[in-house]
Write a protein that binds this ligand. Structure first.
Ligand code: GDP
Length: 334
């Protein structure tokens, strides 16, 4: 493997091979790779990070690929560089990611200023979250202006992506009156901009109506501490006709500028990093418990006792942790 200094230099020039190599290190489960990835990120972080991280969520078929292609090309034509990452929790089940596939964004995938990376296919969402966050950081330190992280609306993946981005977009299709209820409230609350796609042809009127319904709903969810007047916002676009795309970018830029000027941006990133720290500790504690034979034995003992009704789960957890933190051995803890 190249040394960290050389890899850092090549990554800063957005060298594709160097980027891919770094992503491989980040996504590897091997301890030596993980350590290399950590030193690499530490080295890269010495330069300030100025990229904008945008989250994009939408169910399959809503037009994410079409939107990313239009949006990404617009940014490239404006002289910006774009990294596109994907989080698809279903990809580990299906054995292959539907997101990030280069054939979905044929024009972007040919652009030297675009870097497209499919979803990592770890089995746990925690693993995918950690990897994607690190790859986003890698792309940002490499100097990409925009890092777009897309996800399908499955399980916790939207919350996860909202938790690693600066501005979060929810992409929806025009739909009948009861559609509003179909969107999980939790994710509506995280959306900074709700984008109703397919506002063209026969669907145009429906899209406009859907957008105004969302605008009223979003108005009630306004978070004055993290959004200026006018946000969260609902907008209509046609990704296929590339109409309304620049208005979406303007809205993103306006919101991002406000957040930077008011200190909200730094505060959001700090809080995100703190939450990540907490889950990283949780993940590692669990991993170490499971890896250590003595603790694993106690764990099994506790599970058996819980099944027999001899102990409550809470009491078992307390005893297990007392044992761990006391540095105890393998003896009985009853
Ligand atoms: P994804 O699964 O969310 O990535 O969605 P795609 O981008 O693959 O689009 C799904 C389908 O919707 C495709 O048949 C697209 O051609 C169509 N589509 C995407 N954007 C638009 C749009 O702006 N207007 C219309 N009418 N169809 C669109």
């Amino acid at each position: 493997m190249q040394n960290v200094a050389e890899l850092t230099k090549n990554i800063r020039q957005k060298d594709r091979r160097a980027l891919s190599k770094a992503v491989t290190l980040i996504e590897s489960t091997r301890l030596d790779h993980q350590n290399q990835a950590h030193s690499l990120l530490a080295e890269l972080r010495k330069k300030p990070q100025t990229g904008l991280r945008i989250g994009l969520s939408g169910t399959p078929g809503v037009g994410k690929s079409t939107f990313i292609e239009s949006f990404g090309m617009m940014l490239i034509e404006a002289g910006l560089s774009v990294a596109i990452l994907a989080v698809d929790p279903s990809s580990s089940r299906s054995g292959g990611s539907i997101l990030g596939d280069k054939t979905r964004m044929p024009r972007l995938s040919r652009e030297p200023n675009a870097f497209i990376r499919p979803s990592p296919s770890r089995t746990t969402l925690g693993g995918v979250a950690a990897q994607t966050r690190n790859v986003a950081e890698l792309c940002e330190t490499a100097g990409f202006d925009v890092i777009l992280i897309e996800t399908v609306g499955v399980g916790q993946s939207e919350t996860m992506v909202a938790d690693m981005t600066d501005v979060f977009l929810l992409l929806l299709a025009p739909a009948g009156g009861d559609e509003l209820q179909g969107v999980k409230r939790g994710i509506m609350e995280r959306a900074d901009i709700v984008v109703i796609n397919k506002a063209d042809g026969d669907l145009k009127a429906e899209a406009t109506r859907t957008a105004s319904e969302y605008a009223s709903a979003l108005h009630l969810m306004r978070h004055p501490t993290t959004c200026p007047e006018g946000y969260p916002r609902a907008m209509t676009i046609s990704a296929i006709e590339a109409s309304g795309i620049s208005a979406v970018w303007e809205a993103i830029e306006e919101l991002a500028k406000w957040r930077k000027e008011t200190g909200v941006h730094d505060q959001m990133r700090a809080e995100q990093a703190q939450r990540r720290f907490r889950t990283a500790v949780e993940d590692r504690v669990m991993a170490r418990l499971k890896a250590d034979p003595a603790h694993r034995a106690v764990w099994a003992q506790m599970e058996a006792a819980i099944s027999q009704g001899e102990i409550t789960p809470d009491e078992a957890a307390t005893r297990l942790l007392n044992k761990v933190f006391a540095g105890g051995g393998t003896g009985s803890i009853f």
